[in-house]
Design a protein. Sequence first.
Length: 269
Amino acid sequence: MENNTEGRRDGVWAQPYSLASGQTQFHQLGHIRLWATLLDQEWQIRSEALDLDTDPASWTETIGHTLPSASVPLQRFIRENQSSTLTFLPALADLPTVIRPFQPLTIPAGGRCTIYVGTLVWMKVCVGDHHTVLTEIPLASPSMTWVGRNTMEGELCYTSPSFARLVLEAVPKRPWRAVTPVTLINQREQPLLLERFSLPTPLLSLHQNDRGQLWTPGVTVEVETDMNSASLHVEQSLLSAAGNCRHVADAREKMARGRLVRAFDRMFG
């Protein structure tokens, strides 16, 4: 499908778009292209993944009447309440995400540091004033990994390679990834080698600043004696460096004591 650049605008999270019957809204964001079509009795959603060598930094959308080829998969949804508005909400992964620095990081005994990690965002396609979810689509193909003591004890997680940057200005800002500040405190008498870290993405809400960047609250991890004793705390507020932010999505899960205890057990496993 070819799209003219005329009429293209920057896409925006959590903003209602109004369509007329017969119109199609086209989005290109992250590693996907998406077409949302309104008909008299139904919504149609088409999407395809792109095989890209580089990560796109922009999000463009346009409204017209052009559909992609028939080879693009189609999902159909009954149109209820005759609503004609679409809203796109971001969401983090519904499973923990294992962050793997490309180069392991050593935190000296008694030391602390803050790393900035970017994690993949899913797009929730919602309709109507109550944001009824039709479908949700990962904005890049997520990879999976198993975290646990053996093949019987553990949990399936997403995995994300990361530069684990120590300087915020060096973190690429993309509308389809969220930035999470992670503060690591090593209270042990030995250095702590950080090779991978399980980020509780289902527990993190999403916020957007004036520059269109997505942020989550910070996460603090404190290691006292050994790695299995690590405690995790999700901050209530955002880092001041995030700027002026508006809340755009709740966390998928509420903070539950049992859920966090299990996360502790495999935080570095």
